[in-house]
Design a protein around this ligand. Structure first.
Ligand code: HEM
Length: 397
């Protein structure tokens, strides 16, 4: 049995994709660990990951199986992770998603385009002033989505370093690193409490003010769900699009023919983004699903109560689904990758992430047509389990 640690490590080594290829061929359903009689599995083939994301019998709410339903005495620190739409099944999932969906529809998101372009232009201006020692992550890919999501939610941008820390604490905790988790989450909740109080006194045209009103007016959103919603949106807004921009630019640097093709014809940008999403998927694994019934898969029995993780990165490199899956081809068509998931939990922020990435790629390649990897410094992958992204990406302009 391969340990989580081994999967974790292989995931960041150059050999990550060959490790998954090996699993796809030899052990398409793989037992990672066992605890209290229940197994944690990973599935790696495209078809199986899709099945996992589509199947209503793979549920999200673990408490339905193990009746560890939250009690009223649980602190908010515990509740914010139990009330996210991402961890809910219908009908709660539908109710929660409906509250925010209108804010993330492609049409609504399109209206943000001029503002996102302004932010990108300002960051590019700062990079061209600085000129040297440019880190594409810190100087561009990170601030762009953070500023956008902060403005959309109504979170003061001056506090972005705090959010970066809290967000990092939460995603690192998925690796089992306790660290200063409790303290940081406590601070995060206190901060939100104050922000909510301020917005109740002084409502603005932002998503937080809007959700506060929903909470006050009906029984559509309770207190814990409100906190969970904001925490989820902040984390999703902080930890994902930065990876898409960084990973996509890295893939282009690693494939100069594709970079040149794109520079010569920027109308290929949207396709290049889809291929980046497939090739270096920013979210490596789907979040947890629990089996509600016993199920046979590749001669193995997934038992009721087992936890199943789908490897999105592996599915998106499955040769059975993608012709020459290991080739980075910005003209790939069709490209039915599942980097944003599939089914009812399909990424709410996909239209926003796609628009931000389009503006990012176009603006960078137009402003800096000679942009290239700084050969003095190797790109560094972040050491987190669920996500694939770079710590830094040094470039020459
Ligand atoms: C769900 C990926 C950006 C908000 C998901 C899921 C994936 C994903 C794979 C499904 C997880 C599962 O089913 O287990 C990505 C990628 C992004 C991105 C690759 C960027 C490139 C964003 C942004 C936001 C966002 C910018 C919000 C501002 C959400 C939410 C869900 C979600 C709220 C849960 C949806 C539900 O449960 O119905 N995302 N995401 N994401 N994403 Fe994203």
């Amino acid at each position: 049995m391969i340990s989580v640690q081994e999967v974790y490590e292989s995931n960041f080594k150059v050999g990550a994709y060959s490790f998954f290829e090996d699993l796809r061929k030899n052990q398409p359903i793989h037992a990672l660990s066992e605890q209290n009689g229940n197994t944690t599995w990973i599935v790696t083939q495209y078809e199986d990951v899709l099945k996992l994301l589509k199947q209503p019998s793979f549920i999200k709410d673990q408490s339905k199986l193990f009746s560890n339903a939250q009690s009223d005495d649980d602190p908010m620190e515990a509740k914010i992770f139990q009330n996210m739409m991402l961890d809910a099944d219908p009908p709660d999932h539908r109710r929660l998603r409906k509250l925010v969906q209108p804010h993330f529809n492609p049409k609504t998101i399109k209206q943000l385009e001029p503002r996102i372009q302004d932010i990108a232009d300002e960051l590019i201006f700062q990079m061209s002033e600085k000129r040297e020692d440019i880190d594409l992550i810190n100087d561009f890919a990170f601030p762009l989505p953070i500023i956008v999501i902060s403005e959309l939610l109504g979170v003061p941008i001056e506090d972005r370093d705090k959010f970066r820390q809290w967000s990092n604490t939460i995603v690192s905790a998925a690796d089992g690193e306790e660290g200063d988790f409790t303290r940081d989450i406590g601070e995060f909740i206190d901060y939100l409490k104050e922000l909510f109080a301020e917005r109740e006194r002084n409502p603005q045209e932002d998503l937080i003010s809007n959700l506060l009103q929903t909470r006050d007016e009906g029984d559509l959103l309770n207190d814990e769900e409100l906190y969970s919603m904001i925490v989820l949106l902040i984390i999703a807004g902080h930890e994902t699009t930065v990876n898409l921009i960084g990973n996509g630019m890295l893939a282009l640097f690693e494939h100069p023919d594709q970079l040149n093709l794109l520079k010569e014809d920027l109308s290929l940008t949207e396709q290049a983004i889809e291929e980046s999403l497939r090739y270096y998927s920013p979210v490596d694994f789907s979040t947890a699903r629990w089996a509600e019934d016993d199920l046979e898969l590749h001669d193995q029995t997934i038992k009721r109560g087992d936890l199943v993780l789908g490897s999105i990165s592996s599915a998106n490199r499955d040769d059975k689904q993608f012709h020459h899956a290991e080739v980075f081809d910005i003209q790939r068509k069709p490209n039915p990758h599942i980097a944003f998931g599939y089914g009812i939990h399909f990424c709410l922020g996909a239209p926003l992430a796609r628009l931000e990435a389009k503006i990012a790629f176009k603006s960078l390649l137009t402003a800096f047509p000679n942009i290239s990897l700084n050969q003095m410094s190797k790109p560094e992958w972040r050491q987190v389990f669920l996500l694939r992204g770079l710590n830094q990406l040094k470039v020459n302009l």
